[in-house]
Design a protein around this ligand. Structure first.
Ligand code: SAH
Ligand code: SF4
Length: 354
């Protein structure tokens, strides 16, 4: 029997336990671990998380403000060519009221997410940010690509963080699945966001067609290079009304390995255990929390719109009221022996020490 591969894995794992500087080849070796060996990786990531990020899990309430989108991403159900989807957008008052309710049930961070919807003017969003900030809450925006001035306006209005995933570090694959867009432009936006003082959230999907272990290793290295404060790594889930409908999608195992490696090479980064992971496996979110993750983003959108925010199909919790979601996820987190974060959950990198 040939043990050279196993030896290589163990040697690389040992290196990962003493340094955050892993090379692409080493990341590939760890990503190739079989299910028995990957447990060692998850345990290491859990230890790193406990050492650097405490036991607290931060809850971020996500408000999906509109499902209109001018983009046509091949992977996403909100793409403008999907004519089957009923569209909605929340009014200023509805967004504010939803935010108020979320703050009243204890959220300290709200994420405003949408397709790239031209309906809202930059100023309108800025006024909304100003109003919501008065509720004493941190704000993350996830509204796609905009110009420097718009990002600047929103930052000045009080937005703390911006979530704009790079999606895939392979520039050729990127252009294929985001028609008319380039990875370079995406990274330019991320650089602006950093310059403007946002805490930057990036991330990628796992299981895109054509993706290899090499690409996934590049995704991790790109996150590190961009010095992100948050990395959202979730499985790609094929949507039936998109060009990628027939794809296989991402696996639980590979997504967990990616989350674990993100924790190992970036100990102070916030790592959400994604709803997409909970969608492909009933224990997906718990497993990620036990393998490096420290953030959960429950949905606080008004229930009548939730089913329409169909980035991918069969999303969990779409029928649950915000209060129910919060107590349900809180129960799951406490059952893992973890606590719920009580502060804004800003990046620990802001306190120095990276
Ligand atoms: N329009 C904004 C924000 C909404 S999309 C943007 O694109 O940045 C939010 C995230 O959903 C994307 O970053 C992408 O990573 C994820 N997503 C889209 N379609 C998906 C799918 N089919 N499976 C899993 N994640 C998906
Ligand atoms: Fe629009 Fe974002 Fe979906 Fe792309 S991923 S179609 S930008 S909502």
């Amino acid at each position: 029997m040939d043990y050279s591969w196993a030896l290589d894995f163990l040697k690389t794992l040992e290196k990962a336990s003493i340094t955050t500087e892993l090379k692409k080849k080493e990341l590939v070796t760890l990503l190739a671990a079989d299910p028995n060996d990957s447990k060692l990786l998850f345990n290491l990531a859990d230890r790193v998380r406990a050492q650097y990020m405490s036991n607290a899990v931060h809850l971020r309430g996500i408000i999906e403000i509109s499902n209109y989108c001018r983009q046509n991403c091949h992977y996403c159900g909100l793409r403008c060519d999907n004519k089957k989807l009923g569209r909605y957008r929340l009014s200023y008052e509805e967004i504010y009221k939803t935010a108020e309710e979320a703050v009243n049930i204890g959220y300290k961070t709200l994420v405003l997410q949408a397709g790239e919807d031209n309906h809202y003017s930059p100023l309108e969003i800025a006024l909304l940010i100003k109003a919501i900030k008065k509720l004493d809450v941190a704000i993350t925006l996830s509204l796609g690509e905009h110009d420097y001035e718009t990002y600047g306006l929103w930052r000045e209005a009080g937005a703390d963080r911006y979530l704009l995933k790079h999606e895939t570090a392979d520039p050729v694959l990127y252009q294929k699945i985001r028609p008319g867009k380039t990875l370079e432009e995406r990274l330019k936006c991320q650089t602006w966001l950093k310059e403007l003082g946002y805490q930057l959230g990036s991330g990628c999907m796992v299981g895109l067609p054509g993706q290899t272990l090499d690409t996934l290793a590049q995704d991790l290295l790109l996150l590190k290079k961009m010095a992100v404060e948050m990395a959202g790594i979730g499985p790609f889930i094929p949507h039936p009304d998109t060009p990628l409908a027939a794809s296989k999608g991402g696996s639980l195992e590979m997504t967990l390995k990616m989350v674990a490696l993100a924790r190992i090479i970036m100990p102070l980064v916030h790592l959400p255990s994604t709803t997409a992971l909970g969608t492909i496996h009933p224990q997906g979110r718990e497993l990620a929390l036990q393998g490096g993750a420290n953030v959960v983003m429950p949905n606080v959108s008004p229930s009548q719109y939730r089913e329409l925010y169909q980035i991918y199909p069969n999303k969990i919790c779409v029928k649950d009221e915000p209060e129910h979601c919060k107590s349900c996820i809180t129960g799951k987190i406490l059952a893992l022996g973890r606590t719920i974060g009580t502060d804004y959950g800003h990046s620990p990198k802001l306190q120095g020490g990276y």
